[in-house]
Design a protein around this ligand. Structure first.
Ligand SMILES: [Zn+2]
Length: 136
């Protein structure tokens, strides 16, 4: 959710990300919809509106993430947190092959699942961006 984010913070978050979604790595310039400021730990879970808890996210990733901070994987009762752009390196948790984002870790897998990073239209768009040399 990005309501009530001061413009100065929004600009700092966008600039820090290189105007790229910090979850799916899409560039804002390749989207028709303005990117949003995501609370990595959502406000629902007492995440603060401070730079250390904010990430730049496309509307699809931010919408799919909602207030989620993790999920349960592999039919277990083990909670796995989502990828945290402030603590984690994207390439430690994900890799891209032929438009699909694959997980290297449980954190990557949880994030792919919750944010639906491999929804078919997102894969098709990613393939176009790869072909144009704009991804990742
Ligand atoms: Zn995204």
């Amino acid at each position: 959710m990005s309501r009530n984010i001061p413009e100065v913070i929004r600009k700092a978050v966008a600039e820090r990300s290189g105007n790229r979604c910090e979850y799916c790595r899409r560039l804002e310039g390749d989207s028709f919809i303005k990117f949003q400021v995501d609370h990595i730990i959502s406000r629902k879970h007492r995440g603060q509106t401070v730079l250390e808890n904010l990430a730049y996210a496309c509307a699809i990733c931010n919408g799919n993430k909602g207030s989620d901070i993790g999920t349960i994987l592999h039919n277990t009762d083990v909670f796995t947190r989502l990828f945290n752009p402030r603590k984690d390196d994207w390439f430690d948790h994900f890799e891209v092959t032929e438009g699909l984002i694959y997980s290297k870790t449980d954190i990557g897998e949880a994030t792919i699942l919750v944010l639906n990073l491999n929804e078919v239209n997102r894969i098709l768009e990613r393939l176009d961006l790869i072909e144009a040399g704009l991804f990742p």
